[in-house]
Each structure stands twice: as C-alpha cells, then as structure tokens.
Design a binder for this molecule. Structure first.
Ligand SMILES: [Fe+2]
Ligand SMILES: [Fe+2]
Length: 347
C-alpha cells in the first residue's frame, strides 16, 4: 500500500510562502520558456514520459512531490497497524508472511522517497513534513487493528483497493514514479492474495473464527470504499491530474471497479459485505452501492480519527530511536571519504 488515491492539500508551511513575483523575462527568455512548455505538452500529448532532467511546469512538479511523498508516507505509516500483529501472529508461517509484507511496505516507502527526491526535494524535508503533521498519509491507517482477522482483511481489501488505484499509476507520465509502481504493484498483488488466503483458512474454521472475519469486514468495508477519494463531482484536483497523465482513471470509476471485483470474492469467502443497497444493476452492468459517510472520512483525514495521534507519535519515536543509525552511517561515510583523500594524496 498505498496511495491516498487522491490528492489532499498538505497543511500550511511553517515558513511563510513568498508571493509569486513573476520575473520579467526578456523576449529571448520568454521564447525559450515557450519552447520548453511546447515540448512538455508534446510529450504529454503523445503519452510519453517526463524524466527528472526534463523541463516541467512548476505546478506539475509540485503536484508530483505532494502525491509521491503522500504515497511514501502512507507506505511507512501503513507498516504500523499490521506491525502490531507480528508478535501475536497465530503461527510461524503467518508470522513469516506478515514480516515479509510489512518489510515490503517499508521498501515501497524507500522507492517512493527516492522517486520524489528526483524532483528536487529531500528525504529530510519530506519526513519533517510528516512528523510535524503537515503532510498527509492515507487515512485508512488511522483505524485500529482489533483482531487477527483485521490483518487478513487489510491484505484482502485495503491492499486490494490500493492495487486498483496503483495499476494505472504504472502509466503515470513521470518516469521515476511510473517505474517504481511496476514493482510495487507486483508486491501488492502478493499482499492481497495472502490476506484472502488467510481469511479463507479462518472461514473454514469454527463459528468464532468466522464471526471474527465478518466483524473485521464490517469495520473495514466502508473505509476501503472511501480510500478512492470524494465523488468525481467534488474532486477539483482530478481534471488537471488527468490532463498531465498523472491520474488516469477517476475516483468513482476506480471505486466501481473495486466493488465489482470484490463482490464475487466475498461470495467465495462466505462473508457478507455490510451494505443493504449493494446489488447488481443489470442496466449499468455494475453493482450499485450505498452512501459513504464522508463526514467521518474528512474528520479522520483532518486528524480526528481514532489512531491519528498514536500513529504519528509511533512514527516520530521510530525516527528518533533510529538517529544513532543515521549518525553512524554518516560518520562511516566521512571516514571513507577521508581515507580516499589520503590515498589520493599519497599516490
Ligand atoms: Fe501492500
Ligand atoms: Fe505498499
């Protein structure tokens, strides 16, 4: 996991933003800028890739930095709700699978921070924005994992929703982001399947285990639908993202694809999706579904979900506890550099 599936503006910056004073360009400079913009538009229109050294409009760069860093933050904060269960996994096999999955999520964060760094931001800046609460991450991780079944449901539904959203990102117009997503999507597919398989085993168990799975599905279903973001009619950012080839499929279309794909899986599993309005619509060729509680969703995005404070505090503590590792790595790098210099001088 996981992108936020849509763009949320970050909180206000601590340093006051200088109001854009447009530089006065000479006719030659304006001509160079127009040519660069034209080339950029041609690449986008031809469905090509923009690479780090290519000229790009400032708004395109900023949108990508925000989206990729939110995505990276979501990956590493996403390690926390499931990481809670590593020490309590019911068997050695489940523990090994869960450790591998949580580690994958850490790796996804690393590829994505690296992709964002090619746009001229630094890892320190991004982490600082996360740790001071300015940057957002997927609000799905601000809910608690109450039972072992939650771990299976996160794999099946949360990673499943993430895949729906992330497959189109493999075709994103920004090269480093698109390439990072190819590997991430392969790993997410394993996450989804291990979740489903784990639930399948529980559903073949006793009545108590089955009830535990149903309870977890009831608590996560609506939150997963909200992961795709507000309805298209309310998504002002989407049009520009589509024009730039960053966003390829609208929030509502992705949500519909997810519902249509999940209903038959729920049937195989033997669980009920908690929506009385969920039914096949022959005329549309899709499932209809009920109303999402957007007030609850926005309250969580804006910091008032059940685990927002706990997640952020855990993340900050992990970062601080790891300071000695970064210090040691930097000291080692400095020593190596000194040694190299001495060798060069001696030669
Ligand atoms: Fe995942
Ligand atoms: Fe991931």
């Amino acid at each position: 996991m996981y992108t936020q599936s849509f763009n949320v503006p970050d909180g206000p910056s601590p340093t006051p933003v200088k109001h854009d004073i447009k530089p006065v360009l000479t006719p030659e400079q304006q001509h160079v800028l127009d040519r660069a913009q034209m080339r950029f538009d041609e690449v986008i229109d031809a469905d090509g890739k923009i690479e780090p050294k290519d000229w790009m409009p400032e708004a395109y760069r900023k949108t990508l930095v925000r989206q990729i860093s939110q995505h990276a933050h979501s990956e590493i904060v996403g390690m926390l709700p499931e990481g809670n269960w590593i020490s309590r996994a019911p068997s050695l096999k489940r523990k090994a699978i869960l450790i591998a999955k949580v580690q994958d999520e850490g790796g996804h964060g690393l590829y994505l921070y690296s992709a964002a760094e090619t746009l001229g931001t630094s890892r320190d800046q991004m982490l600082d924005a996360l740790h001071t609460g300015r940057a957002k991450y997927s609000s799905i991780f601000n809910y608690p994992t109450l039972t072992w079944a939650d771990v299976g449901v996160i794999g099946w539904l949360v990673d499943g929703a993430a895949i729906m959203n992330q497959i189109p990102l493999c075709r994103c117009s920004y090269g480093p982001y698109a390439r990072a997503m190819v590997r991430i999507c392969k790993e997410e597919s394993f996450h989804q399947r291990q979740g489903f398989e784990s639930l399948m085993v529980m559903m073949q168990g006793n009545a108590e285990q089955q009830a535990m799975v149903q309870d977890a599905v009831n608590r996560w279903w609506w939150k997963c639908l909200a992961m795709f973001g507000p309805p298209d009619a309310d998504s002002t950012n989407s049009t520009q993202g589509m024009r730039w080839g960053i966003k390829r499929v609208s929030n509502d279309d992705l949500r519909q694809k997810f519902v249509d794909a999940t209903v038959p899986q729920a049937k195989v599993l033997g669980v009920t999706l908690p929506d009385p309005d969920l039914k096949w619509n022959e005329a549309r060729g899709h499932h209809d579904y009920g109303q999402i509680d957007w007030d609850e969703f926005w309250a969580t995005v804006n910091g008032n979900g059940p685990c927002n404070k706990e997640r952020l505090a855990t993340r900050v503590k992990a970062h601080e506890d790891g300071q000695w590792v970064r210090d040691a790595a930097m000291a080692y790098a400095r020593k190596q550099q000194q040694r190299q210099q001495q060798q060069q001088e001696a030669a």
